[in-house]
Ligand binder design. Structure first.
Ligand SMILES: *Cc1c(COP(=O)(O)O)cnc(C)c1O
Length: 341
């Protein structure tokens, strides 16, 4: 297969239309068989549930080329499960996780010419999503839905090395107790935009959100979970019902225990203890781990021992091990790597 003529190493993170996408419609209480299409547009009622009351959820994962030249995706079954959970919480019909994985594989295969070659650092980002498409004016769930998967090639996350980020403790809340923080819903992002624009205006890269009830505990950022490392090399990650269960974070915890023999604590993390950690990172599909160098809490600043120049040593080991598993130079746990072709 001939690759598209794209300058892979200089791609950014933006939408580039690819050839095929997957579409399935839910009508009269059932999903249709679904198919690939070249039509990149969506036509629906002006009164669609998604447009009026934001009934939509999504996923994000990547396809990439391994050292041996295979196109693979990382743990897509967990994205499928998470989308089932998101759909249930939003009163949307569940698109079964087996069909989710099949739809993702079909879409990647159909766009194989856009999967960046090994060594470029670029990947093919995959965006599955679903939304209420039928007219809804009185507040209730829609009756018809559409599930879609499209792909778009994205550049290497860290061009010229991973520079540690500076983040601020946000005055806004991301998620309420018993709310929707644990699902991947567009609504969580709509209401985070003002907070992130404000953080950027103030010169910060990201927000650290606190628990909304007491504002004493660390939750996550707008789109990534926290991992901390103590001075005696223990990996600590916040536990909360209003955090989005990151697949990257769950994989890194496994890697810390099973590959690196590190002790891991999943527990409530108080803002007060942040100053005592040696390293901090943000984890998510896009970057795997972005190192954090500094946390600013209004008039207080904490600089981690790892500093503002590079990743901390344990963070680096976690990053190297997980990306080694993904790229095929380290053996993967059973079921982690799904070969597309
Ligand atoms: C998607 C997402 C993450 C990262 O999850 P991954 O499965 O690792 O990509 C973290 N936090 C939020 C709020 C997210 O939406």
């Amino acid at each position: 297969m001939e690759k598209k003529n794209i300058d892979w190493a200089n791609l950014g993170f933006g939408y580039i239309m690819t050839d095929q996408r997957y579409v399935s419609n839910y009508r009269h209480g059932a999903w249709d068989d679904g198919c690939l299409t070249t039509d990149a547009t969506v036509t629906m009622s002006e009164c669609a549930g998604v447009l009026q009351y934001a009934q939509t959820c999504f996923e994000g994962l990547k396809a990439y080329t391994t050292e041996k030249g295979q196109i693979v995706i990382f743990r897509p079954d967990l994205n499928g499960q998470r989308m089932e959970d998101s759909a249930r919480r939003l009163e949307m019909p569940v698109f079964p996780k087996e069909r989710f994985v099949d739809a993702v594989i079909q879409t990647v295969r159909a766009n194989a010419a856009y999967v960046p070659p090994f060594g470029t650092g670029a990947t093919l980002y995959i965006r599955p999503y679903m939304f209420g498409s039928s007219a809804v004016i009185g507040v209730k769930p829609a009756e018809e839905y559409q599930f879609r998967v499209f792909t778009t090639p994205v550049g290497p996350y860290f061009k010229g090395g991973a520079k540690p980020l500076t983040i601020c403790v946000s005055d806004f809340d991301r998620a309420a107790p018993h709310g929707t923080g644990h699902i991947k819903a567009g609504l969580n992002y709509a209401m985070s935009l003002h907070a992130i624009v404000t953080a950027h205006e103030n010169g910060f890269d990201e927000n650290m959100y606190l628990d909304a009830a007491t504002r004493t505990k660390v939750e996550e950022t707008g789109g990534a979970n926290f991992i901390f490392v103590t001075k005696d090399n223990k990996v600590v990650t916040p536990k909360s019902d209003s955090i989005l269960p990151s697949i990257t974070r769950r994989s890194l915890i496994y890697v810390a225990k099973e590959y690196l023999g590190l002790e891991v604590e999943e527990r409530e993390v108080y803002l007060d203890e942040v100053k005592d950690f040696a390293e901090c990172g943000l984890c998510g599909t896009a970057a795997v781990i972005s190192p954090v160098g500094k946390v600013v809490d209004h008039d207080k600043e904490y600089v981690f021992a790892s500093g503002m120049e590079k990743m901390g040593p344990i963070t680096q080991k976690l990053y190297d091990t997980l990306t080694g598993i993904q790229m095929g130079h380290l053996e993967a746990p059973e079921g982690w790597i799904q070969v597309v072709e």
